[in-house]
Design a protein around this ligand. Structure first.
Ligand code: PBG
Length: 328
């Protein structure tokens, strides 16, 4: 008798489709990236990221209250630092009254239960736009790691729940973990950008923070000596395993869509939560295509987010978080 199996039966109506659906997004899947700037009453749109903004602290406070109301209860903070505060060692990064430290306090005052994660890397603070100290055309590893540990302590002191090192220096998770323990921050988490590729998809983010590597003699023009080669797969597992061994609570794959093979592989390989960062260039591409009327924004957005979760993401950092939750 042909056919014994008719796979279309389970697709007949929305009721049966939703009953057998394997992947469902919820607001608590999301980590919302936020860009903070100095000043008052500032909410400026980022040119290459339509409908995404840099906000001063007063508007940041309003924003997190709105996120909380929507069920979005985790944020990932980035700051745009004034040029006159930048130097090679990112000195401003450990200023107890710096913008990041104030942003953490502002959020914790406005919305005490909001989970606050902070970006830890030198690039927004670096006069050269690199994630580490530049010395004679190279990025110094161990000297940078020491500063990242100080930065992490400073963020924990200001009230951060998690620090998120995005720099890709070797050994930084261990040094940060030991520093947090030594200072008594035993409950401060580390979400490590473990498999972070040297990607051209970060372009709009670097516009947002004015943090691109500067074009100058003796300054590497890209981040390929620390971020991973996008041709590599085994290296992603090695990087991720090393970060777990060094004390990372959550690991990450970044960017998202082009790297879902890596996400699945890491998810199968490790026993800690896996985050995926759907980065600025991914956001910009869809916004641009939708503006032209070439793609259905909401439908493609949901398809992409589900694909990221289906691939194995337990946490999704995405500029689409609010758009997506409004549709749920
Ligand atoms: C900085 C950092 C970057 C991103 C997150 N943290 C940029 C970079 O590494 O150059 C990119 C995020 C995005 O593109 O959305 N260390």
């Amino acid at each position: 008798m042909y056919p014994l199996r008719r796979n279309r039966r389970l697709r007949t109506t929305e009721a049966i489709r939703s009953m057998v659906r394997e992947t469902i997004l919820t607001p608590s899947d999301f980590l919302v990236p936020l860009f903070v700037v100095e000043g008052k009453n500032i909410k400026e749109e980022i040119a290459s990221m339509p409908n995404y903004y840099r906000m001063s602290l007063d508007n940041l406070e309003k924003e997190v209250k709105e996120l909380w109301e929507m069920g979005l209860c985790s944020v990932l903070l980035f700051v745009k630092v004034a040029d006159n505060l930048k130097d090679n060692k990112g000195t401003e990064a450990i200023n107890p009254n710096g913008l990041m430290q104030l942003a953490i306090q502002t959020i914790k005052n406005a919305c005490p239960d909001m989970l606050v994660m902070t970006d830890v890397a030198l690039d927004p603070y670096s006069s050269f736009g690199h994630d580490g100290i530049v010395h004679e055309g190279h990025i110094l590893n161990d000297e940078t790691v020491d500063i990242l540990a100080e930065m992490s302590i400073s963020h924990a002191n200001a009230g951060a729940d998690f620090v998120a090192p995005s720099d890709m220096m070797d050994g930084r998770i261990l040094t940060i973990r030991e520093a947090l323990e030594d200072e008594g921050f035993t409950n401060t988490g580390i979400m490590s950008y473990s498999a972070k590729y040297a990607s051209a998809y970060y372009g709009p983010f670097r516009d947002a923070l004015d943090s691109a590597p500067v074009d100058s003699k003796n300054v590497p023009k890209d981040k390929k000596t620390y971020q991973m080669d996008f041709a590599n797969r085994f290296e992603a597992i090695a990087e991720t395993q090393a970060d777990i061994d060094e004390g990372a609570d959550i690991v990450m794959v970044k960017p998202g869509l082009c790297y879902l093979d890596i996400v699945r592989e890491i998810r199968n390989e490790v026993e800690v939560p896996v985050a995926v960062y759907q980065v600025s260039g991914e956001y910009a591409m869809l916004k641009a295509a939708a503006e032209k009327g070439w793609l259905d924004h909401d439908a493609v957005m949901m398809e992409q987010l589900i694909a990221i979760k289906r691939a194995g993401a337990n946490i999704i950092a995405s500029y689409f978080a609010k758009d997506a939750v409004r549709l749920m």
